[in-house]
Design a binder for this molecule. Structure first.
Ligand code: 3PG
Length: 201
Protein backbone atom coordinates (compact mmCIF):
# COMPACT_ATOMS: atom_id res chain seq x y z
CA UNK A 1 0.00 0.00 0.00
CA UNK A 2 1.60 3.34 -0.99
CA UNK A 3 2.29 5.83 1.77
CA UNK A 4 2.50 9.60 1.63
CA UNK A 5 4.14 11.22 4.65
CA UNK A 6 3.94 15.01 5.02
CA UNK A 7 6.27 16.82 7.44
CA UNK A 8 6.52 20.52 8.22
CA UNK A 9 10.13 21.70 8.55
CA UNK A 10 11.56 22.29 12.03
CA UNK A 11 11.59 25.72 13.70
CA UNK A 12 13.53 28.27 11.64
CA UNK A 13 15.38 31.40 12.80
CA UNK A 14 12.48 33.46 11.41
CA UNK A 15 9.86 31.35 13.23
CA UNK A 16 11.78 31.97 16.45
CA UNK A 17 11.94 35.72 15.76
CA UNK A 18 8.19 35.73 14.81
CA UNK A 19 9.02 37.14 11.39
CA UNK A 20 7.03 36.59 8.16
CA UNK A 21 9.30 34.25 6.20
CA UNK A 22 7.72 33.10 2.93
CA UNK A 23 10.54 32.81 0.39
CA UNK A 24 13.28 34.19 2.69
CA UNK A 25 15.91 31.48 3.00
CA UNK A 26 16.62 31.08 6.70
CA UNK A 27 18.29 28.21 8.57
CA UNK A 28 16.80 25.99 11.26
CA UNK A 29 17.41 26.88 14.90
CA UNK A 30 18.98 24.23 17.17
CA UNK A 31 15.43 23.47 18.34
CA UNK A 32 14.36 23.12 14.69
CA UNK A 33 17.18 20.63 14.06
CA UNK A 34 16.03 18.65 17.09
CA UNK A 35 12.40 18.73 15.85
CA UNK A 36 13.64 17.31 12.53
CA UNK A 37 15.56 14.52 14.29
CA UNK A 38 12.53 13.80 16.48
CA UNK A 39 10.37 13.51 13.35
CA UNK A 40 12.92 11.03 12.00
CA UNK A 41 12.76 8.99 15.20
CA UNK A 42 8.97 8.78 14.90
CA UNK A 43 9.33 7.54 11.32
CA UNK A 44 11.74 4.72 12.22
CA UNK A 45 10.75 1.51 10.49
CA UNK A 46 9.12 3.12 7.44
CA UNK A 47 10.89 2.61 4.09
CA UNK A 48 10.73 5.41 1.54
CA UNK A 49 11.36 5.19 -2.20
CA UNK A 50 11.76 8.94 -2.77
CA UNK A 51 11.68 12.20 -0.86
CA UNK A 52 10.61 15.71 -1.84
CA UNK A 53 11.33 19.12 -0.36
CA UNK A 54 11.30 22.76 -1.40
CA UNK A 55 14.31 24.71 -2.63
CA UNK A 56 14.46 26.50 0.74
CA UNK A 57 17.16 25.51 3.21
CA UNK A 58 14.86 24.86 6.19
CA UNK A 59 12.93 22.26 4.22
CA UNK A 60 16.02 20.61 2.70
CA UNK A 61 17.87 20.48 6.05
CA UNK A 62 14.86 18.99 7.85
CA UNK A 63 14.66 16.29 5.21
CA UNK A 64 18.39 15.62 5.44
CA UNK A 65 18.17 15.14 9.22
CA UNK A 66 15.14 12.85 8.93
CA UNK A 67 16.87 10.69 6.31
CA UNK A 68 19.96 10.44 8.51
CA UNK A 69 17.83 9.48 11.50
CA UNK A 70 15.93 6.75 9.64
CA UNK A 71 19.12 5.43 8.05
CA UNK A 72 18.03 6.08 4.44
CA UNK A 73 20.36 8.93 3.40
CA UNK A 74 20.75 7.71 -0.18
CA UNK A 75 17.15 7.64 -1.47
CA UNK A 76 16.39 9.98 -4.40
CA UNK A 77 15.61 13.53 -3.22
CA UNK A 78 13.78 16.05 -5.40
CA UNK A 79 13.88 19.74 -4.39
CA UNK A 80 11.31 21.88 -6.17
CA UNK A 81 10.11 25.51 -6.17
CA UNK A 82 6.55 24.14 -6.32
CA UNK A 83 6.82 23.13 -2.64
CA UNK A 84 8.17 26.52 -1.45
CA UNK A 85 6.30 28.32 1.31
CA UNK A 86 3.54 30.72 0.23
CA UNK A 87 5.20 33.91 -1.06
CA UNK A 88 4.50 36.46 1.68
CA UNK A 89 5.21 39.51 -0.52
CA UNK A 90 5.71 42.85 1.23
CA UNK A 91 5.29 41.19 4.64
CA UNK A 92 8.45 39.07 4.29
CA UNK A 93 11.06 40.02 6.87
CA UNK A 94 8.56 41.94 9.02
CA UNK A 95 7.72 40.97 12.58
CA UNK A 96 4.19 39.53 12.85
CA UNK A 97 3.34 41.41 16.05
CA UNK A 98 4.57 44.72 14.62
CA UNK A 99 2.40 44.06 11.54
CA UNK A 100 -0.61 43.71 13.88
CA UNK A 101 0.22 47.07 15.46
CA UNK A 102 0.61 48.68 12.03
CA UNK A 103 -2.30 47.15 10.09
CA UNK A 104 -4.62 45.79 12.81
CA UNK A 105 -5.24 42.23 13.99
CA UNK A 106 -8.14 41.61 11.60
CA UNK A 107 -6.21 42.58 8.47
CA UNK A 108 -3.16 40.55 9.48
CA UNK A 109 -5.34 37.53 10.30
CA UNK A 110 -6.90 37.80 6.82
CA UNK A 111 -3.46 38.00 5.17
CA UNK A 112 -2.23 35.01 7.19
CA UNK A 113 -5.23 32.72 7.04
CA UNK A 114 -7.82 34.06 4.56
CA UNK A 115 -8.09 31.58 1.70
CA UNK A 116 -8.38 34.23 -1.02
CA UNK A 117 -6.59 37.14 0.70
CA UNK A 118 -3.15 37.76 -0.75
CA UNK A 119 -0.72 39.95 1.21
CA UNK A 120 0.58 42.89 -0.88
CA UNK A 121 2.69 41.43 -3.76
CA UNK A 122 2.34 37.94 -2.27
CA UNK A 123 0.35 34.74 -2.84
CA UNK A 124 -3.00 33.84 -1.29
CA UNK A 125 -3.48 30.31 0.03
CA UNK A 126 -5.59 29.73 -3.08
CA UNK A 127 -2.63 30.62 -5.36
CA UNK A 128 -0.36 28.42 -3.26
CA UNK A 129 -2.83 25.56 -3.48
CA UNK A 130 -2.94 25.79 -7.28
CA UNK A 131 0.82 25.30 -7.64
CA UNK A 132 1.13 22.67 -4.90
CA UNK A 133 -1.77 20.57 -6.14
CA UNK A 134 -0.44 20.79 -9.71
CA UNK A 135 2.85 19.32 -8.44
CA UNK A 136 1.00 16.69 -6.43
CA UNK A 137 -1.07 15.64 -9.46
CA UNK A 138 1.82 15.69 -11.95
CA UNK A 139 4.62 14.20 -9.85
CA UNK A 140 3.44 12.59 -6.62
CA UNK A 141 0.30 10.86 -7.87
CA UNK A 142 2.11 8.85 -10.60
CA UNK A 143 4.72 7.71 -8.07
CA UNK A 144 2.03 6.71 -5.57
CA UNK A 145 0.16 4.86 -8.33
CA UNK A 146 3.38 2.94 -8.98
CA UNK A 147 3.22 1.80 -5.34
CA UNK A 148 6.03 4.04 -4.01
CA UNK A 149 6.28 5.36 -0.44
CA UNK A 150 6.92 9.11 -0.52
CA UNK A 151 8.22 11.54 2.09
CA UNK A 152 7.45 15.23 1.59
CA UNK A 153 9.01 17.95 3.77
CA UNK A 154 7.46 21.32 3.12
CA UNK A 155 6.06 24.45 4.79
CA UNK A 156 3.10 25.55 6.91
CA UNK A 157 0.99 27.03 4.13
CA UNK A 158 1.90 24.57 1.36
CA UNK A 159 0.92 21.74 3.70
CA UNK A 160 -2.33 23.46 4.65
CA UNK A 161 -3.07 23.69 0.91
CA UNK A 162 -2.20 20.05 0.27
CA UNK A 163 -4.24 18.91 3.24
CA UNK A 164 -7.21 20.95 2.05
CA UNK A 165 -7.08 18.94 -1.16
CA UNK A 166 -6.35 15.51 0.35
CA UNK A 167 -8.74 15.81 3.30
CA UNK A 168 -11.48 17.58 1.32
CA UNK A 169 -11.56 20.51 3.75
CA UNK A 170 -13.90 23.47 3.37
CA UNK A 171 -12.58 27.05 3.21
CA UNK A 172 -13.48 27.73 6.90
CA UNK A 173 -11.80 24.48 7.93
CA UNK A 174 -8.52 25.27 6.17
CA UNK A 175 -8.62 28.86 7.44
CA UNK A 176 -8.75 27.52 11.01
CA UNK A 177 -5.94 25.00 10.50
CA UNK A 178 -2.51 25.41 12.11
CA UNK A 179 0.35 22.97 11.48
CA UNK A 180 3.17 23.08 14.07
CA UNK A 181 6.82 22.85 13.04
CA UNK A 182 7.97 19.22 12.88
CA UNK A 183 4.38 17.89 12.63
CA UNK A 184 3.90 14.66 10.68
CA UNK A 185 0.81 13.39 8.85
CA UNK A 186 0.78 9.94 7.26
CA UNK A 187 -1.63 8.91 4.49
CA UNK A 188 -2.05 5.23 3.58
CA UNK A 189 -3.58 4.70 0.15
CA UNK A 190 -5.14 1.71 -1.56
CA UNK A 191 -3.51 0.75 -4.89
CA UNK A 192 -6.36 2.73 -6.55
CA UNK A 193 -5.21 5.75 -4.53
CA UNK A 194 -8.18 5.98 -2.21
CA UNK A 195 -7.10 7.21 1.23
CA UNK A 196 -7.49 4.26 3.59
CA UNK A 197 -6.03 5.64 6.82
CA UNK A 198 -4.56 8.87 8.14
CA UNK A 199 -2.38 9.27 11.25
CA UNK A 200 -0.90 12.35 12.87
CA UNK A 201 2.37 11.96 14.73
O1 3PG B 1 6.29 32.02 6.15
C1 3PG B 1 6.09 32.11 7.37
O2 3PG B 1 6.17 33.17 8.01
C2 3PG B 1 5.74 30.87 8.17
O3 3PG B 1 6.45 29.80 7.72
C3 3PG B 1 4.27 30.58 8.12
O4 3PG B 1 3.69 31.68 8.64
P1 3PG B 1 2.14 31.90 8.97
O5 3PG B 1 1.80 30.94 10.08
O6 3PG B 1 2.10 33.33 9.38
O7 3PG B 1 1.38 31.64 7.70
Amino acid sequence: MPLLVLVRHGQSEANLANVFTGWLDVPLTPQGEEEARAAGRKLHGLRFDAAFCSTLLRSFRTLELILEEIGQPAIPVYATDALRERMYGALQGHNKLEAVHEYGAEQVARWRRGYDDAPPAGESLHHTLDRVVRYYDDTLVPALRAGRNLLVVSHGNTLRALRMQLDGLSVPEVEAMEIPTGAIRVYEFTPELVIQAVHDM
